[in-house]
Design a protein around this ligand. Sequence first.
Ligand SMILES: NC(=O)c1ccc[n+]([C@@H]2O[C@H](COP(=O)([O-])OP(=O)(O)OC[C@H]3O[C@@H](n4cnc5c(N)ncnc54)[C@H](O)[C@@H]3O)[C@@H](O)[C@H]2O)c1
Length: 258
Amino acid sequence: MTSSQDAPRPSTASPPGELSGRTAIVTGGSGGIGSAIARALSARGATVAVVDADDRARAVAADVAGFAVLGDLTAADAPQRVVDQVVAETGSLDVLVNAAGIQVRTAAVDIAAQDWERLLSVNLTAAYRLTQAAVKFLTANRGSIVNIVSLSSDRAVAGIVPYGATKAGLLQLTKGLAVELGPQGIRVNAVAPGYVVTPMTAEKLGDPEFHDRVMSRIPLGRLADGGDVADVVSFLASDAARYVTGAVLPVDGGYSIT
Ligand SMILES: NC(=O)c1ccc[n+]([C@@H]2O[C@H](COP(=O)([O-])OP(=O)(O)OC[C@H]3O[C@@H](n4cnc5c(N)ncnc54)[C@H](O)[C@@H]3O)[C@@H](O)[C@H]2O)c1
């Protein structure tokens, strides 16, 4: 007899097809989490624009039968260009996922001026400008925005304090935009991943002392993979979350309650 614990974890947590006919932008779509989000949205029927500065976006786009939009999102004209290109290709825009991000590990007082500016530009300003560019199309379709924040958005995490400050800004933007855009039918939510093994975290999580310290605080007893985050993003982007806005969902195996 097989117990429910022996059953394999399903690769998708909600029905395929629930995003059929929708168009989604996923920034950071070449990355560990963004590429998983692109796959999850595509598996549910969405047409996905994989947006990234790294040209691995092309391979991800091919994988999800979507299309790649390459470029540095901090360029002044990039957010509007991305939205215009996606709407020109597909005729609409329903979902914006802001997953592009960078991290700088340093004591806060030591951060170089250009690193501080870069963190703000990628993690906060680019997401804000994309939102501005996307709103008129999202309004037409009662669409939704999902921002990827972090455990460090509302907790003090030594070594990544400036990063946490940008994510706190994105979290607050999420809530404020949910209030302002709700009357237009646009939902704005955030997902706060815990420790996900990706190029951003691989080196730090490879440090055995750090790894063991993190693991000791995760009730579910494992690190996350991109798919764990992507399934929750898909839920928030879908009509299953039609009455959810301004929410910040931790996807951290319970880390934040320990
Ligand atoms: N990995 C984790 O444990 C973790 C935890 C919490 C939050 N996050 C957040 O999740 C998101 C995805 O992170 P990840 O772990 O997949 O990292 P990643 O490094 O694998 O992916 C980030 C992607 O963003 C892209 N990017 C960076 N700057 C850009 C720019 N200026 N223009 C266009 N693209 C740009 C990179 O090319 C990369 O593909 C980030 O916002 C990160 O802060 C990650």
